[in-house]
Write a protein that binds this ligand. Structure first.
Ligand code: OOG
Ligand code: NI
Length: 461
């Protein structure tokens, strides 16, 4: 019996294939990749410690190959089907994001690997949003949208088959992997033929741009892929220098010594030619659609609930009544974040960020030579025997996501929909619970701490 291919390797292959496909579809993405590659190379050269960290984690080429992407689906069984597809690649739903509070009629999760080894192989994340039809006010239009979605199938028959096989057999064998990757790519491919007439498209657009993007097409085309940078301020400046229309502000925290969470910038969605069905069986009509864009991100430390509460409070205050559109937003944000500790020791001691613990080279030496080591973890860190490195934030930020949605679609910031946040309804559609991101980081931190303590105690016994 051939052995199943590890899910992590299927994901890595899918990630490369997705990136290649999107690069062909959206040449600006290929430009972004090149830009980020340049910026990252310069950042590593300027900061040898950073360079060493990236090299240790697999090198720049691997780092540059770690994007996140986003898709939007229209109905519960599409979400459930994708959950099963992603599981074959070792990606599980983490977090619940309610975007309706920011005037975007969707709620979302992120499919991503969860354990340390898998994240190390390839941390591909897909932000996946589900349309909330109930937030469309016009009853007629809601019914039209529901009908259109009811008659749509987003997976190919072969993809369905392979998912079922993987579930039954505990994975896919080598001969099946290329087919699986190719079939799943079909779901995320751009199609310039809309499934609706121009008139219906305009009605959907009138409800919300996202409604048109989700309902008018055959499938959930990938709407952006985001390479990761080591210096987002440089990337932003470079976008401007290369005449790429970057959004005005970088979402997330300001520039700091110790990066936290996630900083993101993007360029506006492209206006792309599409074809509508002819009205009353008449000839097809040409038109255009805006959905696909480019984004760059920089990832920093994952925050604990305490750190996150402080982040949210400061961000709220900075955004105030004007949101992020006020001219002095960047200055306001930087000034407010003076209150957020900006050195590793304080972040760790005050329990603001999650940390990874490992025996340092000095720690290994001390154990090997049988020296007595302090029992207490803090004392070992102080003595340089144990290293504490902040854990990378692997998730997303709802306020940033809303800002990305809005600026890319040329939308105004708008008030909340009158719906309730509905994690239970989302999970019912998904057919599973979403994991709590804080619990995942906390478990990884506890694992690392226990492993280090076991090494140290073992040595003393
Ligand atoms: C998703 C926007 C959210 C991010 O990086 O926060 C996102 C979308 O536009 O579908 O990707
Ligand atoms: Ni994104």
């Amino acid at each position: 019996m051939p052995q199943p291919v590890p899910a992590d390797l299927i994901r890595a292959r899918f990630s490369d294939a997705l990136s290649a496909m999107y690069g062909c579809e959206v040449p600006l993405y290929a430009q972004l990749l090149e830009l980020v590659h340049d910026v990252n190379g310069r950042a590593m050269a300027a900061d040898p410690a950073l360079g060493a960290m990236v090299e240790a984690a697999g090198g720049l080429a691997a780092f540059n190959r770690e994007p996140h992407g986003a898709i939007r689906v229209g109905k519960p069984d599409e979400l459930a089907a994708l959950r099963r597809v992603f599981a074959v690649m070792g990606m599980y739903p983490v977090g619940y994001y309610d975007l309706s509070v920011a005037g975007v009629p969707v709620h979302s999760t992120a499919f991503r690997p969860v354990d340390r080894a898998s994240l190390g192989v390839n941390p591909l994340r897909i932000f996946c949003s589900l349309l909330r039809l109930e937030l469309i006010e016009d009853e007629d239009l809601r019914a039209t949208a529901a009908d259109l979605l009811a008659s749509r199938e987003i997976l190919t028959p072969r993809a369905h088959e392979l998912v079922a096989r993987a579930e039954a057999e505990g994975g896919l064998v080598e001969e099946e992997v290329d087919t699986f990757v190719a079939e799943v790519l079909e779901t995320f491919r751009w199609r310039e033929k809309a499934r609706v007439t121009a008139a219906t498209y305009r009605r959907l657009l009138g409800a919300h741009r996202l409604v048109a993007d989700i309902v008018a097409f055959q499938g959930p085309h990938i709407n952006h892929l985001t390479p990761r940078t080591l210096d987002i301020d440089a990337a932003q400046a470079e976008m401007v220098a290369r005449a790429i229309k970057a959004k005005a502000v970088i979402e997330g925290p300001p520039r700091r010594h110790v990066d936290i969470l996630l900083r993101q910038t993007s360029f506006q969605a492209l206006e792309e030619e599409i074809t509508f069905l002819g009205a009353d069986g008449g000839p097809e009509e040409k038109g255009s659609h805006m959905a696909r864009f480019g984004e760059i991100e920089q990832r920093g430390a994952a925050l604990t609930p305490k750190g996150r509460a402080l982040y949210d409070a400061l961000l709220d205050e900075a955004r105030g009544l004007e949101g992020s559109s006020g001219g002095d937003y960047a200055a306001r944000l930087a000034a407010l974040f003076e209150r957020f500790p900006d050195d590793l020791d304080t972040l760790r001691r005050e329990g603001l960020a999650y940390f990874d613990y490992a025996l340092s080279a000095q720690g290994h030496d001390a154990l090997a030579s049988g020296h007595r080591v302090p029992a207490d973890l803090e004392a070992c860190i102080a003595a340089g025997l144990v290293s504490a490195t902040p854990m990378v934030y692997e998730d997303f930020l709802p306020v940033s996501a809303a800002g990305i949605f809005q600026s890319n679609l040329g939308l105004e910031e708008r008030g909340a929909y009158a719906g309730h946040s509905s994690q239970a309804a989302f999970e019912e559609a998904l057919g599973a619970r979403v994991a709590d991101p804080f619990a995942l980081y906390a478990a990884l931190e506890a694992q690392a701490r226990d492993a280090v303590l076991a090494r140290l105690h073992g040595a003393r016994a």
